[in-house]
Design a protein around this ligand. Sequence first.
Ligand code: MRU
Length: 340
Amino acid sequence: MYKDKNLYVLDQRLLPHQESWLCCGDATDVVKMIRDMAVRGAPAIGIAAAYGYLLAARQLAEAGGSVTAHALEGAYEELAAARPTAVNLVWALNRMARSLMNVAADAPSAERVCLLEAEAQSIHQQDLVANLAMSQAGASLIAAGQSVLTHCNTGALATGGQGTALGVIRDAWAAGRIKGVFVDETRPWLQGARLTAWELQQESIPYHLICDSAAASVLASGKVGWVIVGADRVAANGDVANKIGTYSLAVLARHHGVKFMVVAPLATLDRDCPDGSQIEIEQRPADEVRALAGQPVAPAGAPVHNPAFDVTPAKLIDALVTEAGVVRHLDRDGIQRLFA
Ligand code: MRU
């Protein structure tokens, strides 16, 4: 939420037990909030970065500097490096920087700051509009009578509102198409247990929280029609980077004849990235795995491998849902058609 020249962020690390808002006064504060996971989820990171860029521009203008994309390169680089995998971050920053290129050369800095504020708001608003369109399109693919399974948190908290995969689940529930939701707890940050369960509970959508390792037996039970997830980056050939554990769900889904849906706005599609092998996968600190909710569970200093994301090959995905349409046989041409 942007108010009185500050960005306020609901601290997602404390949910669901505490609702606490953090105030960001400059771009460095925003970088910290993104890197430390106070704000997370690809679209929400992009929106926060856009406001971070605006805060940097405002600070520059107040110091008497001239607000140009060149003068803001430092803030751009700092924000872009906060988390490497979600392409929405760089996408939003590019939109902000580009908006400055279209302004008259003699436009005063105050005017440029106003323009950046409008652009950040528009990035935020357009994400919500995209989510609403994707929710309807995704829900319409689901035949009534079964449950769905989801991973991580892809709801209002992770986006400009409504959500991507969770948006589809909201609409599918409202339309009477699903019986309920199985929610992976999503180690190590527990976005499923803490955030998705919280969002579903608020909307009285029936769900069962499961350990990540229970997904195989749940999919084998025949109760689940679709696995529905979001994305942090979709490569030009349709390979999808998303929260660690997504790839194993896709393999399990194919094995058990369960359909696999990815829901992502066009801002998450990276046509400059040829395939999933080229996506940078963020490595997170070892203590996220050695500890659980701040309590050590492994021997001190245990060596850890902690990739935050994995890549699901396009061939395991039955539907990619975007605001520009649905691709059923995901490949390079399918991705291209979305931009036609
Ligand atoms: O590490 P996180 O919590 O930022 O990871 C989030 C995810 O992987 C989501 O599935 C993805 O960003 C899509 S959110 C609409």
